[in-house]
Every structure is written in structure tokens, then in C-alpha cells.
Design a protein around this ligand. Structure first.
Ligand code: GLN
Length: 484
């Protein structure tokens, strides 16, 4: 299994060069990309240049960090200076950011090698990557199925071995849900832990950037590098960032009793029986590792989707007002007046789902309906947060399925509501600003991966990673790779 630690050791011992590793990754991309379609742009030249710099450092006897020479892919909603950043939308087709996002800046400073920008649902709105204006990404386990979304390209790229790790963004599940569908690790940090500067805004009170990887340690290493206070993001938290991977232990016994809560409401009706079975087995395994298991009720959990689909579109309708054809992005050249230029630019530039959300959000924020919708949704957000606070007085982490199902076929979910329902278990975590991780916990009869979600307290990343690591090390799910 390729891991950051293994590649790092090979580089330091001069068994392989960063250029060799990069070239191998680019060859792999060439070979599988026609089937998977993870990328919107492949940055081969830049990648090889970055790799040469790492090799020069090693040759000069300089010390290199853990991420130096590691091939990484970035969801195409994070600004990369000089590299097109489309956000999966026609409206940003020719947008070349004049600045670098904080996360990609940090990665570049750490010597990580950017191999490309990955496909996503337009403006990160969706659960299958089918809303991209450019292409469909396929699930590496079964190319007739979706990889999940909205960070489908980043999840598929890691699953198909087109990069070692990648970054996605998660507003209502967009890291954890595709991680579950693609059989990889997806981690959404505590709100405010990772800077959003340079992340194209969808719903600002929910958006967080986080890692995809094939093992828990890589996820922890990557998060340690991208997290941290940033004065350019007003919601950034002023906290010290530990090395999350420093103290991993293979069991849970030596660290005092770990208490794990099963969220009662996430089992039973509406959950695929094979998903339920795999997750139940995983919980037994956690118990074998020494955890104490409790059943916890979060009665307001089920109002998550309804609240989210008011709050997120409301924020989106405001955030997307900036795409007016004036400052950057697409501009309709045929319009005869300013107003018609706005209208035509937005009519041509945005896809159906984005338009739907702008309309919902404009409606729910409008004077006559604000109290009935937006305010009420915010009240439910508070109740959901309180459910979690109560739960965390009794347990250290909560567990549930990441998604109620495994990957579905492309084109299968053609009404928006059934698509929205895939985020049932991930959305409440964003509404409460908590960290959540999805890790592989089995396969269904079709050979499709199932994900286990673990949810931690605010800034509980260290413990969350530790528990996920102990579970992972006691299974071999993460060692299986798709045949592609
Ligand atoms: N599927 C959810 C939505 O469409 C979540 C997306 C996300 O997390 N970016 O809003």
C-alpha cells in the first residue's frame, strides 16, 4: 500500500526520486483517466517542475518534510494562481485566479506535488458529481456508478491511484459521502480549523476543506499541514495544531476507556440492509478493541436535511450574486443593456441545480418569508447542536453509517429530493460545526464499499483519528483496491 510515510522514506533513502514518483503517477492518470474521469485539468508540467525542486533539495542534503514530493490532487473549487479554477461551472470556464488559496499555498510550501484539479458538482452543489458542467466522473469500483459528490473527482482519484492524497470541501457531506462511495478515508475537520481563503464560497457557515486518503495516517498527516489560523479567513480558529499522527496506538485500551455512542435514529427504516450490517459489524469490532458502546438518541437529527436545504441555498444565493459578468468569469456579449447582460450571463453560465438553489435561497431570505423559513431553520440548527452537546456529555465519539446506501448508478436519481436524502447523516455534522470522518467498513453484495462515519467533539480531531486508526488497523478494508 502506497502511503505518505512509505514514499517519504523512499525519498529520504534515495531509493526513488520525486520525479520518478510523479512520472509514475502521471502515467497512472493517463492509463485510468479514460475510464474514471477524475480530473478537469492535469498539471503535468508544473508537477514535474515541483518534483525536480524536491529532488534538488534532497541532492543538496537538505531535510524534506513529510509532504515533499507527494502527488496530490485538488478539488477545482480551490483557487490556484495561474491555473484555471472552474468550480465545475460554465460561468468560471476561463477563470484563472490571480491569487493562491491558503491551503494550496501551504501545500506548495510543504513541497507537495500538484498533479491536477478534480471534477465536482457545479459550485459543490450535489451528491454525485453529475452536476458538473464538464464531465461525468465514474466510480472506480464500478464505472457505471457515481463516485458520490460533490468532491467526486477527488475521491475517485485517490481510489483509482491517480494521486496519493487529495483535498475536497464539505458543506453537507461532500468529503465523507464520496469517500464512503469510493472506499477511501474522507475527513471533514471542525469548522474554522482549515482556512477557507481561496475556497470558492458555497455556504460560508458550513464550508470546510479536508483530506481524502487511502489510510487514516495519511489523512492525519495532511490535515496537520493544512490546518491552522489564517488572518485572511475571519472564521479561522486561533488554536495550536498538533501532529495528529504522532501518537497512534493500534488499540483503544491503553488510553483509558473510550466511550462510543451509536446514534439510534440512523438505523432502521430507510437504511440499506447491507450498509446497516457492515456498520453494525464495525461497531462490534470497536467493542472488541476495548471501546464501551452506548446507544444515544439525537431526536433532532432528522431535521438536518430540511434545515440545511434552507440555510445552504440562502447563503449560496448571496455568495453567487458576484457572478454577474462584470468583474470576472463568463460575460454574455450580445446583451443590449446592463440588466440584460446580467440576466443572460447568469442564465447561460449556471446549471439547473445552481439556479434552483439561488431561487430557493432568494425566496427563503425574502422579507415575507424570512421568519417562516430561514429563521426557523436556524432554530433547528441550534436544536441539532444541542443534541450533539448532550450526547458528548456521555460519549467521546458518535458513530453511524456515512450514507444510507452504497454508490448508485449514474442517472438513477433524477429528482432532486431523492438526491438530497443521501446526505441524511452527514449534514447534521456540518450544521453543528463538528469534525467527522468516513472510513471503509465493508462491501455490499455488488462489491461496493460501505463507509462508517465517526463524529467527534469540536476540535476533537486527535481522538477521532486515534479511534479511526485503531479500527482501521484491525481490519483490511483499506487494503482492498478497485480492479481498474
Ligand atoms: N450534497 C450536498 C449539497 O448538495 C452537500 C454538498 C457539499 O457538501 N458541498 O448541498
Amino acid at each position: 500500500m502506497v502511503s505518505i510515510r512509505k514514499l517519504h522514506e523512499q525519498l529520504v533513502k534515495k531509493e526513488r526520486s520525486a520525479v520518478e514518483i510523479t512520472q509514475e503517477t502521471l502515467d497512472r492518470i493517463q492509463a485510468v483517466e479514460p475510464d474514471v474521469n477524475s480530473f478537469l485539468h492535469i498539471t503535468a508540467d508544473k508537477a514535474l517542475k515541483q518534483a525536480q525542486q524536491v529532488d534538488a533539495k534532497i541532492a543538496a542534503g537538505e531535510e524534506i518534510g513529510m509532504l515533499a514530493g507527494i502527488p496530490i490532487a485538488i478539488k477545482d473549487n480551490m483557487c490556484t494562481k495561474g491555473i484555471t479554477t472552474t468550480c465545475g461551472s460554465k460561468i468560471l470556464e476561463n477563470f484563472v485566479p490571480p491569487y493562491e488559496s491558503t491551503v494550496t499555498q501551504k501545500l506548495a510550501e510543504a513541497g507537495a506535488v500538484l498533479v491536477g484539479k478534480t471534477n465536482l458538482d457545479e459550485f459543490a452543489m450535489g451528491s454525485s458529481t453529475e452536476n458538473s458542467a464538464y464531465k461525468l466522473t465514474n466510480n472506480p469500483w464500478d464505472v457505471s456508478r457515481v463516485p458520490g459528490g460533490s468532491s467526486g473527482g477527488s475521491a475517485a482519484a485517490v481510489a483509482a491511484g491517480e494521486c496519493t492524497v487529495s483535498l475536497g470541501s464539505d458543506t453537507g457531506g461532500s468529503i465523507r459521502q464520496p469517500a464512503s462511495f469510493c472506499g477511501v478515508i474522507g475527513m471533514k475537520p471542525t469548522y474554522g480549523l482549515v482556512s477557507r481563503y481561496g475556497l470558492v464560497a458555497y455556504a460560508s457557515s458550513l464550508d470546510q476543506i479536508g483530506p481524502f486518503s487511502r489510510n487514516v495516517e495519511d489523512s492525519a498527516i495532511l490535515l496537520s499541514h493544512i490546518a491552522g489560523y489564517d488572518p485572511k479567513d475571519s472564521t479561522s480558529l486561533k488554536v495550536d495544531i498538533p501532529d495528529y499522527a504522532a501518537n497512534f496506538k493500534p488499540d483503544l485500551k491503553r488510553r483509558g476507556q473510550v466511550r462510543i455512542g451509536i446514534i439510534k435514529e440512523t438505523f432502521g427504516e430507510g437504511i440499506d440492509s447491507q450498509v446497516e450490517k457492515a456498520v453494525t459489524k464495525a461497531i462490534e469490532q470497536l467493542q472488541n478493541l476495548g471501546a464501551e458502546i452506548h446507544v444515544i438518541s439525537c431526536p433532532n437529527f432528522r431535521y438536518g436535511i430540511a434545515s440545511y436545504y434552507i440555510i445552504a441555498p440562502s447563503e449560496a444565493s448571496a455568495n453567487l450574486a458576484r457572478y454577474d459578468g462584470v468583474k470576472y468569469g463568463l460575460r454574455d456579449e450580445e446583451a443590449e443593456s446592463l440588466i440584460s447582460m446580467y440576466n443572460r450571463t447568469r442564465a447561460h453560465g449556471f446549471g439547473q441545480e445552481v439556479k434552483r438553489r439561488i431561487m430557493i435561497g432568494t425566496y427563503t431570505l425574502s422579507a415575507g418569508y424570512y421568519d417562516a423559513y430561514y429563521l426557523k431553520a436556524q432554530k433547528f440548527r441550534t436544536l441539532i447542536k444541542e443534541d450533539f452537546e448532550k450526547a458528548f456529555r456521555q460519549v467521546d465519539v458518535l458513530v453511524c453509517p456515512t450514507v444510507p446506501m452504497t454508490a448508485f448508478k449514474a442517472g438513477e436519481k433524477d429528482d432532486p429530493l431523492s438526491m438530497y436524502l443521501t446526505d441524511l447523516m452527514t449534514i447534521p455534522v456540518n450544521l453543528a460545526g463538528l469534525p467527522g470522518i468516513s472510513i471503509p467498513c465493508g462491501f455490499d453484495d455488488n462489491g461496493l464499499p460501505v463507509g462508517l462515519q465517526m463524529i467527534g467533539r469540536v476540535l476533537g480531531e486527535e481522538q477521532l483519528f486515534q479511534i479511526a486508526y485503531a479500527y482501521e488497523q484491525s481490519t483490511d478494508w483499506h487494503l482492498r483496491t478497485p480492479k481498474i
